[in-house]
Design a binder for this molecule. Sequence first.
Ligand SMILES: [Zn+2]
Length: 370
Amino acid sequence: MARSCLLKKFNPKIKMNMKTKIKKMKRTKRILPLLLMALVFALFFGACDTDPDILDSETALEDEEVAVDQETKFITKYFLGDAVKVQLEEDGTYSLGGSDARLFEEQLSDTPDAFEENPEPQDDRTALAIGGGIRKWTNSTIVYRISGLSSSVRSELQKSFNEWTSKTNVRFKERTNESNYVTISSSGSNSNSGVATLGMNGSRGFIRLGTRATAVVIIHEIGHTLGYIHEQNRRDRDNYVIVNFQNIQNNAVDQFYKSNSATLLTGQLDINSTMMYGSYTFSKNGRPTITDLNGNVLPRRQARISALDIQGTNSIYPPAGNDPDGDTNSCNEVEEWSPRKRYFVGDRVTYRGSLYERDFTRWNFIKQCG
Ligand SMILES: [Zn+2]
């Protein structure tokens, strides 16, 4: 969110009120069985690390990540209030720092002023596209349309869907007539790679996959579709990892910017996140671009999401079916919005007689109370 990152734990500066604490405890309780499941899964499938096919695909992933277009033409724009370098791609979208995360023009702005970190939940404001806007998926459901994928990539795609649905509240639904959906197609690249737009974007959103794309990559791209940016872009990342700029390819340096916006941050940096770059991603000399604080290389990215990916995702995406109607949409016991409080994606407030839920960069109107 990632979340930049995926955004997981809480800013220690924020004092949670009691209700929030209880809510978080309940959430933790729900997550425990998932953590156990993940542990069993890891132990059981740990042997996969020696599977030559998987090693091949992961090597290909790293090869792809290392292959940077040498003819990058970056321009400076503002995204979530941060100055970022972006490149206009052939399809009209902008790649963030030249990475696989793609942005539409109105998600970027020419000035930092267009971004409001703590917006008011007003109807007129939520109707506007805010610079740097990322929208989460309604009803925790990604609606998708598949176009021209090989059977092998489809199989990897299904594995990737299963990874998210078996561990989080996120659901996938093939499009019938929905106006918001993501098109999943082949990029034509003979590689284990992918690109993806961020969040819900009407009919324009996409995931494009290389012809050798595996679940390792696809799970990550789905993270972008959910609205997450790269984990190493978090502003607190230097408390957890060392970024070795001297080892990063010149054209890839801009992918390692630090986001000043805390909008997406709900947790601590997670080196196991599917949204985290690997130690050798975009290395220009075979030496690590990212290590832990002791200089050790990070675990290789796997075809699974981490415990904190699960926790962060379930904070942002509540169980499907509870929106937009039902008992869980009661205005009772929901606190009034306060300009002095920091909110996280998925939080709910009442404001001038209506119920709102926090999106990444705005408040979504749910219903009028009473
Ligand atoms: Zn990415």
